[in-house]
Design a protein around this ligand. Structure first.
Ligand code: SAM
Length: 247
Protein backbone atom coordinates (compact mmCIF):
# COMPACT_ATOMS: atom_id res chain seq x y z
CA UNK A 1 0.00 0.00 0.00
CA UNK A 2 1.39 3.40 -0.87
CA UNK A 3 1.63 6.33 1.46
CA UNK A 4 0.79 9.93 0.61
CA UNK A 5 4.08 11.44 -0.59
CA UNK A 6 4.07 14.27 1.95
CA UNK A 7 3.47 11.96 4.90
CA UNK A 8 7.03 10.62 4.81
CA UNK A 9 9.15 13.64 3.98
CA UNK A 10 11.95 14.06 6.54
CA UNK A 11 12.91 17.71 7.03
CA UNK A 12 16.60 18.54 6.67
CA UNK A 13 18.49 20.20 9.56
CA UNK A 14 18.39 23.46 7.56
CA UNK A 15 14.62 23.21 7.27
CA UNK A 16 14.38 22.45 10.98
CA UNK A 17 16.38 25.59 11.76
CA UNK A 18 14.30 27.71 9.41
CA UNK A 19 11.15 26.34 11.07
CA UNK A 20 12.54 27.16 14.51
CA UNK A 21 13.38 30.68 13.41
CA UNK A 22 9.86 31.27 12.01
CA UNK A 23 8.34 29.86 15.20
CA UNK A 24 9.97 32.57 17.30
CA UNK A 25 7.18 34.90 16.28
CA UNK A 26 4.67 32.64 17.99
CA UNK A 27 6.67 31.89 21.10
CA UNK A 28 8.25 34.13 23.63
CA UNK A 29 10.62 33.14 26.45
CA UNK A 30 7.52 33.47 28.65
CA UNK A 31 6.14 30.33 26.93
CA UNK A 32 9.07 28.12 27.94
CA UNK A 33 7.53 27.10 31.31
CA UNK A 34 4.57 25.69 29.36
CA UNK A 35 6.84 23.09 27.74
CA UNK A 36 8.54 22.35 31.05
CA UNK A 37 5.19 21.79 32.75
CA UNK A 38 4.08 19.45 29.94
CA UNK A 39 7.30 17.44 30.35
CA UNK A 40 6.72 17.21 34.13
CA UNK A 41 3.15 16.02 33.56
CA UNK A 42 4.26 13.38 31.06
CA UNK A 43 6.81 12.10 33.54
CA UNK A 44 4.18 11.95 36.30
CA UNK A 45 1.82 10.01 34.02
CA UNK A 46 4.49 7.41 33.24
CA UNK A 47 5.05 6.93 36.97
CA UNK A 48 1.35 6.93 37.94
CA UNK A 49 0.39 4.41 35.25
CA UNK A 50 2.22 1.69 37.16
CA UNK A 51 0.47 2.46 40.45
CA UNK A 52 -3.05 3.75 39.74
CA UNK A 53 -3.59 2.45 36.19
CA UNK A 54 -4.35 4.18 32.91
CA UNK A 55 -7.45 6.21 33.75
CA UNK A 56 -6.25 6.80 37.32
CA UNK A 57 -3.06 8.43 36.04
CA UNK A 58 -4.93 11.05 34.00
CA UNK A 59 -7.49 11.65 36.77
CA UNK A 60 -4.63 12.17 39.22
CA UNK A 61 -2.80 14.80 37.18
CA UNK A 62 -6.01 16.77 36.61
CA UNK A 63 -6.98 16.56 40.29
CA UNK A 64 -3.50 17.55 41.41
CA UNK A 65 -2.82 20.54 39.15
CA UNK A 66 -6.17 21.47 37.57
CA UNK A 67 -4.47 22.16 34.24
CA UNK A 68 -1.66 19.61 33.80
CA UNK A 69 -0.59 20.76 30.30
CA UNK A 70 -1.27 24.46 30.99
CA UNK A 71 -3.69 24.46 28.08
CA UNK A 72 -5.98 27.05 29.66
CA UNK A 73 -3.27 29.18 31.21
CA UNK A 74 -3.56 32.68 29.74
CA UNK A 75 0.09 33.42 30.56
CA UNK A 76 1.08 31.27 27.57
CA UNK A 77 -0.02 32.73 24.25
CA UNK A 78 1.42 29.75 22.33
CA UNK A 79 -1.47 27.46 23.35
CA UNK A 80 -4.22 29.86 22.27
CA UNK A 81 -2.38 30.41 19.00
CA UNK A 82 -2.07 26.66 18.48
CA UNK A 83 -5.81 25.96 18.90
CA UNK A 84 -6.68 28.71 16.45
CA UNK A 85 -4.17 27.45 13.92
CA UNK A 86 -5.35 23.84 14.23
CA UNK A 87 -8.94 24.85 13.47
CA UNK A 88 -7.69 27.02 10.59
CA UNK A 89 -6.24 23.86 8.98
CA UNK A 90 -9.80 22.63 8.31
CA UNK A 91 -11.00 23.19 4.75
CA UNK A 92 -11.90 26.87 4.36
CA UNK A 93 -15.61 27.58 4.41
CA UNK A 94 -16.65 24.04 5.37
CA UNK A 95 -19.12 23.79 8.27
CA UNK A 96 -19.68 20.61 10.21
CA UNK A 97 -22.85 19.30 11.82
CA UNK A 98 -21.41 16.96 14.47
CA UNK A 99 -17.81 17.23 15.67
CA UNK A 100 -16.16 14.86 18.16
CA UNK A 101 -13.10 16.05 20.09
CA UNK A 102 -11.38 12.98 21.53
CA UNK A 103 -9.04 13.53 24.47
CA UNK A 104 -10.64 16.96 24.87
CA UNK A 105 -8.92 17.78 28.17
CA UNK A 106 -10.19 21.12 29.47
CA UNK A 107 -12.19 21.70 26.28
CA UNK A 108 -10.18 24.53 24.70
CA UNK A 109 -10.11 22.96 21.25
CA UNK A 110 -13.76 21.83 21.58
CA UNK A 111 -14.63 25.46 22.27
CA UNK A 112 -12.76 26.63 19.15
CA UNK A 113 -14.47 23.90 17.09
CA UNK A 114 -17.80 25.40 18.14
CA UNK A 115 -17.11 28.17 15.60
CA UNK A 116 -17.12 25.59 12.78
CA UNK A 117 -19.59 22.93 13.97
CA UNK A 118 -23.26 22.98 15.00
CA UNK A 119 -22.72 20.39 17.75
CA UNK A 120 -19.46 19.47 19.48
CA UNK A 121 -18.98 16.51 21.80
CA UNK A 122 -15.76 16.39 23.82
CA UNK A 123 -14.68 13.08 25.35
CA UNK A 124 -11.79 12.54 27.73
CA UNK A 125 -10.62 9.61 29.81
CA UNK A 126 -10.46 11.84 32.90
CA UNK A 127 -13.78 12.75 34.52
CA UNK A 128 -11.93 15.55 36.33
CA UNK A 129 -11.05 17.13 32.97
CA UNK A 130 -14.54 16.70 31.56
CA UNK A 131 -16.14 18.33 34.65
CA UNK A 132 -13.92 21.38 34.28
CA UNK A 133 -14.50 21.56 30.52
CA UNK A 134 -18.27 21.39 31.01
CA UNK A 135 -18.22 24.05 33.72
CA UNK A 136 -16.32 26.46 31.47
CA UNK A 137 -17.52 25.72 27.94
CA UNK A 138 -20.64 23.54 28.27
CA UNK A 139 -23.65 24.87 26.31
CA UNK A 140 -26.56 23.45 24.29
CA UNK A 141 -24.09 23.18 21.37
CA UNK A 142 -21.01 21.88 23.26
CA UNK A 143 -21.17 18.93 25.62
CA UNK A 144 -18.61 16.75 27.34
CA UNK A 145 -18.50 13.23 28.68
CA UNK A 146 -16.02 10.76 30.11
CA UNK A 147 -14.84 8.01 27.78
CA UNK A 148 -11.80 6.11 26.57
CA UNK A 149 -10.65 6.27 22.94
CA UNK A 150 -9.98 2.53 23.19
CA UNK A 151 -13.46 1.71 24.48
CA UNK A 152 -15.94 4.08 22.86
CA UNK A 153 -19.69 3.58 22.92
CA UNK A 154 -20.71 1.83 19.65
CA UNK A 155 -23.81 4.06 19.71
CA UNK A 156 -21.55 6.90 18.53
CA UNK A 157 -20.67 5.11 15.28
CA UNK A 158 -21.43 6.93 12.05
CA UNK A 159 -22.52 10.04 13.91
CA UNK A 160 -19.80 12.56 13.05
CA UNK A 161 -18.54 14.53 10.09
CA UNK A 162 -15.45 15.69 12.01
CA UNK A 163 -13.24 14.03 14.60
CA UNK A 164 -10.26 15.75 16.21
CA UNK A 165 -7.49 14.05 18.18
CA UNK A 166 -5.13 16.74 19.44
CA UNK A 167 -2.17 15.41 21.40
CA UNK A 168 -4.27 12.43 22.49
CA UNK A 169 -2.90 9.34 20.76
CA UNK A 170 0.60 9.49 22.12
CA UNK A 171 -0.97 8.96 25.53
CA UNK A 172 -2.28 5.53 24.52
CA UNK A 173 -0.94 2.80 26.82
CA UNK A 174 2.70 2.06 25.91
CA UNK A 175 4.20 0.46 23.96
CA UNK A 176 2.28 2.08 21.09
CA UNK A 177 2.71 -0.44 18.30
CA UNK A 178 1.65 -0.04 14.70
CA UNK A 179 -1.05 -2.72 15.13
CA UNK A 180 -2.69 -0.70 17.90
CA UNK A 181 -2.53 2.47 15.80
CA UNK A 182 -4.12 0.71 12.83
CA UNK A 183 -6.93 -0.56 15.09
CA UNK A 184 -7.49 2.97 16.39
CA UNK A 185 -7.54 4.35 12.84
CA UNK A 186 -10.19 1.77 11.91
CA UNK A 187 -12.20 2.66 15.03
CA UNK A 188 -12.07 6.37 14.14
CA UNK A 189 -13.23 5.56 10.61
CA UNK A 190 -16.31 3.79 12.03
CA UNK A 191 -17.26 6.93 13.98
CA UNK A 192 -17.30 9.02 10.81
CA UNK A 193 -19.95 9.46 8.17
CA UNK A 194 -18.69 8.73 4.64
CA UNK A 195 -16.56 11.69 3.52
CA UNK A 196 -16.12 12.86 7.13
CA UNK A 197 -12.78 14.28 8.29
CA UNK A 198 -10.39 13.12 10.98
CA UNK A 199 -7.90 15.74 12.16
CA UNK A 200 -4.77 14.56 13.96
CA UNK A 201 -2.54 17.09 15.72
CA UNK A 202 0.55 15.96 17.59
CA UNK A 203 3.60 17.54 19.06
CA UNK A 204 6.39 17.71 16.46
CA UNK A 205 9.71 19.28 17.23
CA UNK A 206 12.51 17.77 15.16
CA UNK A 207 12.51 14.60 13.10
CA UNK A 208 15.19 13.07 15.36
CA UNK A 209 13.29 13.69 18.60
CA UNK A 210 11.72 10.38 19.84
CA UNK A 211 8.36 12.00 20.65
CA UNK A 212 8.21 13.58 17.20
CA UNK A 213 8.98 10.17 15.68
CA UNK A 214 6.02 8.73 17.55
CA UNK A 215 3.84 11.56 16.22
CA UNK A 216 5.01 10.71 12.72
CA UNK A 217 4.20 7.00 13.24
CA UNK A 218 0.70 7.88 14.47
CA UNK A 219 0.01 10.02 11.40
CA UNK A 220 1.52 7.44 9.06
CA UNK A 221 -0.69 4.67 10.50
CA UNK A 222 -3.77 6.70 9.60
CA UNK A 223 -2.36 7.73 6.22
CA UNK A 224 -1.72 4.09 5.37
CA UNK A 225 -5.22 2.98 6.35
CA UNK A 226 -7.34 2.01 3.34
CA UNK A 227 -10.25 3.66 5.18
CA UNK A 228 -8.74 7.14 4.84
CA UNK A 229 -7.15 9.36 2.24
CA UNK A 230 -4.88 12.23 3.25
CA UNK A 231 -6.64 15.52 2.56
CA UNK A 232 -3.82 17.73 3.84
CA UNK A 233 -0.78 17.74 6.07
CA UNK A 234 1.04 20.67 7.64
CA UNK A 235 4.00 20.97 9.94
CA UNK A 236 3.89 23.99 12.21
CA UNK A 237 5.99 24.99 15.20
CA UNK A 238 5.83 22.62 17.16
CA UNK A 239 3.18 20.22 15.92
CA UNK A 240 2.10 18.18 12.94
CA UNK A 241 -1.47 18.30 11.61
CA UNK A 242 -2.86 15.69 9.24
CA UNK A 243 -6.41 15.82 7.94
CA UNK A 244 -7.79 12.55 6.61
CA UNK A 245 -10.98 11.95 4.71
CA UNK A 246 -13.09 8.83 5.35
CA UNK A 247 -13.24 6.96 2.06
C1 SAM B 1 -2.06 16.68 26.18
S1 SAM B 1 -3.72 16.53 26.65
C2 SAM B 1 -4.50 17.29 25.24
C3 SAM B 1 -5.86 17.84 25.58
C4 SAM B 1 -6.58 18.55 24.42
N1 SAM B 1 -6.75 17.70 23.27
C5 SAM B 1 -5.87 19.81 24.03
O1 SAM B 1 -5.30 19.84 22.93
O2 SAM B 1 -5.88 20.75 24.83
C6 SAM B 1 -4.06 14.80 26.36
C7 SAM B 1 -5.47 14.43 26.80
O3 SAM B 1 -5.76 13.10 26.37
C8 SAM B 1 -6.55 12.48 27.37
N2 SAM B 1 -6.44 11.03 27.15
C9 SAM B 1 -5.35 10.25 27.33
N3 SAM B 1 -5.62 8.98 27.02
C10 SAM B 1 -6.93 8.95 26.63
C11 SAM B 1 -7.81 7.92 26.19
N4 SAM B 1 -7.39 6.64 26.11
N5 SAM B 1 -9.07 8.24 25.88
C12 SAM B 1 -9.51 9.54 25.98
N6 SAM B 1 -8.73 10.55 26.40
C13 SAM B 1 -7.44 10.27 26.70
C14 SAM B 1 -5.92 12.98 28.66
O4 SAM B 1 -6.75 12.85 29.78
C15 SAM B 1 -5.65 14.44 28.30
O5 SAM B 1 -6.74 15.27 28.63
Amino acid sequence: MSIAPNARRQPSPARNLAQLWRSMRFMSPADVPLFLQSARTDKAISRLRTTVGERGAFEAVYVETGDPWASADSRYRYQAWKYERIVACLPAGQRFTHALDLGCGLGLLSHHLGKRADQVLGIDIAQAAVDRAAARFGSPAISFRQGDVLDLDPGLDGGFDLITLADTLYYLPPPIGDDLLKQVAARMARLLKPGGLCLLANHYFFSADPESRLSRRIHDAFAWSPLFTVASQARRPFYLVTILRRT
